[in-house]
Design a protein around this ligand. Sequence first.
Ligand code: CA
Ligand code: CA
Ligand code: CA
Length: 269
Amino acid sequence: MKGFALLVFAVAIGAAAATAGSSVTFTIKAENLRSHDDHTKPDPYVKIYTYNTANNQAIALERIGKTSTLFDNDSPQWPESFNVPCTAGQGKKIRFNVVDTDLTTTDDAMGFVDIDCDQLLASRTAEYRAPLSDGGVICITKTTPLQFKLNAAALPRKDRYWGYDGPSDPYVEVYYRTSQNAADNFLITTSTIDDTDNPIWPEQIDFPQYLRGSGQYLSFKVYDYDRWSSDDFIGQASVSADDLVERRISNVLSLGAKNVHGSLTVRLN
Ligand SMILES: [Ca+2]
Ligand SMILES: [Ca+2]
Ligand SMILES: [Ca+2]
């Protein structure tokens, strides 16, 4: 492609999901994790379990999930979110086991902490901090999941055959960032819609890591699917998540294609 084009990033009106009560969604970070090796930082991940303390039985851990491993990092902020069923007064606890990945030997335990669901629910701040058994602090950040759908209009045509500009077959890779210039954390790839300038992607896209006021960004990369060659890049856009929710601004982004305008619209549920 040549020249210069614009991707108009429009934002449709919608309301932020404000759910409460029967579950809690959170992200996890840690600070000052103590390495077993004096010369390197740990490569930590977290295993998450729940168990019930209500009826004095032996603790039966139920596995909820596991974060990715972040290498060489003693104050990691994991990109994943977790959702735990959590109703006040049920005596449920969540266990966080921090583990140091070791590629040559067994992974090393780096401490754990049990957090009371009731306390987590009752906490008035989004961040809930607790000391780990072997040093360092874990911080559970309660998030407010967002859902949205995407559509686009007047996308540049990237299927060129013998001088004919055929409509693209667009799909979108969706990412979030913890701040405007932070790394992209992958959320989802939409379906591909064949031969259209004006795709409406049917799927609902979840952004469970949304934390109001924390400076997060959503970022979008639009591609044209090509069966017989590598996919063509159509354009990209990013927008402040808070602006989407609160101010409902539009962003205009340069795409790099002449006289071609396209828009991508985010419709919050
Ligand atoms: Ca193409
Ligand atoms: Ca096509
Ligand atoms: Ca194509």
